[in-house]
Design a protein around this ligand. Structure first.
Ligand code: PMV
Length: 342
């Protein structure tokens, strides 16, 4: 399966100016962003969801050995002893990964493992935070992989998934696990009740992700849907049921290369998510702008209440679509082109 992504506008540089980079890091990990094509929120109630990789937006972690644990990231630079709660997910990923690689070492004293995975951890990320692009999961994944690389102890997908999900539980409370699965997969995935399967594409699909520039708290959005469900169970169950059907439709479209039905289903999903109360004026503005610019369909993506939209584009319309989204106030647009084997 092939993939091409290219950012034309990013809200953060890969290496923030003034951030010293280690000359010879002993461990490097990278991870990409993700976008949810269908099933956000409904997935919390057992519905299927589909997520896509956004390879053009990435996070990188470097681990350089040293006696003291120190962290260098956008949110904090200094000893981990004084680190603020905001970096707790990063520290969780680091500590748990260290524990895992130490335990995974063969029996006998292995002093080099611990000394290789403590030191200075530098994290730089292009992925804007709290926009539904999986930034916290990508950071955790990059850190876990940096620790594994530094230790020389390879970790399998189940271990990496478990470690990233532990950090996500700190970042978001009860998270379904879709972000974790999505940032660890290079191909589109179907996520259903914790089971993850790659989706084989039957055609070429060009998606544009556009950022409102407004942060949206996934935890607040998930709690809002839960409250709405308590107050109006029939309404929410109907919407979750419809989103579940749309996920099946979209899965079929991806497998068969049917962009037209896919676009229509995305439009309908956006309406259902608005009815669930996770939309916003800024999201609607970008969705409307995308449709006016010729998108085949568009919807909010991720937790909502801000964050991003994802639009389906014809290949020939993509530049105009990005231009129009920027004119409509988007803070950043990225293209993800995905296609199955020829
Ligand atoms: O992290 P976000 O904002 O892309 O949201 C993930 C999807 C939700 O269904 C809203 C939450 C979850 O844990 O499944």
């Amino acid at each position: 399966m092939k993939e091409r992504s290219s950012p034309i506008v990013t809200t953060a540089s890969p290496s923030p100016p003034g951030t010293p980079r280690s000359a010879t890091p002993v461990g490097v990990g990278t991870a990409h962003a993700k976008t949810i094509l269908i099933g956000e929120h409904a997935v919390v109630y057992g519905a299927p969801a589909i997520a896509l990789p956004v390879h053009g937006l990435a996070t990188r972690a470097e681990l350089q050995p040293g006696p003291a644990w120190s962290l260098d990231c956008d949110l904090y630079r200094g000893s981990i002893d004084d680190a603020p709660p905001a970096v707790a997910p990063v520290l969780t990923a680091w500590r748990q990964a260290v524990r895992q690689v130490t335990a995974a070492r063969p029996a006998g004293p292995q002093p080099t493992v611990r000394s290789a995975v403590t030191g200075r951890l530098s994290v730089s990320s292009q992925i804007p935070m709290q926009r539904g692009l999986g930034s916290s999961a990508a950071v955790a994944a990059a850190v876990v992989d940096a620790v594994a690389a530094a230790s020389g102890v390879p970790l399998g997908l189940p271990e990496r998934t478990e470690l990233v999900q532990q950090a996500e539980m700190i970042a978001h409370g009860r998270a379904s696990g879709i972000d974790t699965a999505a940032v660890l997969s290079d191909v589109p995935i179907l996520f259903e009740q914790g089971a993850i399967a790659p989706v084989a594409l039957g055609g070429r699909f060009v998606f544009v992700v556009a950022d409102t520039g407004v942060t949206g708290s996934t935890a607040t959005a998930v709690a809002g849907v839960r409250s709405l469900r308590e107050a109006h169970p029939t309404l929410v169950n109907r919407l979750v049921g419809r989103l579940s059907e749309l996920a099946e439709t979209i899965l079929g479209c991806l497998r068969q290369g049917d962009v037209s039905t896919l676009g229509t289903a995305m439009d309908e999903a956006h309406g259902a998510l608005n009815e669930l109360g996770v939309g916003s004026d800024e999201l609607n503005q970008l969705v409307d702008a995308a449709r006016r610019a010729g998108a085949l369909g568009a919807k909010l993506t991720g937790g909502g209440l801000g964050g991003c939209i994802v639009a389906l584009s014809r290949a020939e319309d993509v530049d105009r679509l990005r231009y129009e989204l920027q004119r409509a106030g988007s803070h950043g647009t990225w293209t993800t082109t995905l296609e199955g084997p020829e």
